[in-house]
Design a protein around this ligand. Structure first.
Ligand code: SF4
Ligand code: SF4
Length: 333
């Protein structure tokens, strides 16, 4: 069963970067220290900020991320605080190193998902992107989490460097006992923006041919799959999540974005100032969300124009969807 997950004002998603430091140095890392800073938030600030978003939206989904969030010595306290505030779900995005013995400090009913990142079905492919030894460490981390009763998900960021191993993820996901599989498209931001971007993103025809096919195979094994819709026909409606959904991407330097494609620029529409959430002056990302262009997403046209194709008369052949519009595939009941 495949469905497009439409944007909703009712569900708020708080992507909380509690630090930007990481033990790895992945080739495609989207963290940009110039824009996101290098600080680690103290627990008291994390709790205060969680309280502010908790008050704004009771029942928000909170995703702790970094950098590597398990490097934060107080992550377990932050998780418990989010639970206490009544967050609908709590997820930890991790590279699998699981620092600070995090699995011993929280219980499976406190964390909805430990979400692991793996970018290849073999050490050769994954470690060429994420660093030597990462594949084995991540697999060991997943096994440990599963054996302790935690629900796990896995994020695979597709690029020209690893699309050839996506099929091989099907048996691996099943064998590991993964509950949800997220296929992600590589964004031309952070480090990827500076390194031959045209060679990173897969061509539209490869994306449309490969991704839905693998998603179906994974779902046949009872694993729910989510992947970006990425491209729209002219008949399909275009919507900008920045105008409809309630997503917050919070960085430790206080910037709060509504659109992840804006994160490489000082375009954040909100920020934390003296522990208050305030709106920023114009021009900011909100002014871009309103623009209506035939290519669909305006930020894509600005920073990833290689995704677009035009007919001879200058009309776009298709539209690029909001990066947050997802397809979800579940096995048939
Ligand atoms: S694990 Fe994540 S934060 Fe760390 S270097 Fe890789 S992409 Fe960046
Ligand atoms: S990715 Fe594009 S469509 Fe989505 S929120 Fe950002 S600007 Fe809007």
């Amino acid at each position: 069963m495949r469905k497009t997950v439409s944007f909703s004002k009712d569900a708020a998603n708080v992507f909380f970067h509690i630090l930007t430091h990481c033990n790895l140095d992945c080739r495609h890392c989207y963290i940009n220290p110039e824009q996101h800073g290098k600080s680690t938030l103290p627990l008291s600030t994390i709790e205060t900020w969680l309280g502010i978003f908790g008050e704004r939206h009771s029942g928000a989904n909170v995703i702790f991320l970094g950098g590597e969030p398990t490097l934060h010595p107080d992550l377990s306290h932050a998780i418990k605080k989010a639970r206490k505030l009544g967050c609908r779900s709590v997820t930890v995005d991790t590279n699998g190193y699981l620092f600070n013995d995090i699995l011993s400090k929280v219980k499976p009913d406190e964390v909805d998902f430990f979400s692991f990142s793996l970018d290849g079905a073999t050490p050769e492919t994954n470690d060429a992107i994420r660093g030597k030894g990462c594949f084995d460490t991540c697999i060991a981390g997943i096994r440990k989490a599963v054996s302790r009763g935690f629900a796990t998900s896995l994020i695979y960021t597709v690029s020209n460097h690893n699309i050839h191993e996506l099929d091989s993820m099907v048996p691996l996901l099943k064998e590991l006992g993964i509950h949800r599989f997220f296929i992600q498209v590589i964004g031309i931001r952070g480090k990827s923006a500076g390194t031959e971007p045209e060679r990173l993103q897969v061509h539209r025809s490869d994306w449309l041919h490969k991704i839905p096919e693998v998603a179906d195979k994974v779902a046949e094994n009872g694993i729910t799959v989510t992947y970006p819709k990425a491209f729209l026909t002219h008949e399909e409606p275009f919507e900008c999540a920045g105008l409809i959904a309630d997503n917050y991407f919070i960085f430790p330097n206080g910037r709060v974005y509504r659109c992840p494609l804006c994160e490489d620029f000082p375009l954040h529409s909100m920020m934390m100032k003296d522990d208050q959430l305030v709106t920023t002056d114009k021009i900011n990302e909100n002014d871009l969300f309103e623009l209506n262009i035939p290519e669909g997403c305006v930020m894509n046209k600005l920073i990833q124009p290689g995704n677009l194709s035009y007919y001879y008369d200058g009309t776009p052949e298709y539209k690029v969807a909001c990066c947050m519009l997802k397809e979800e595939v579940r096995s048939k009941p």
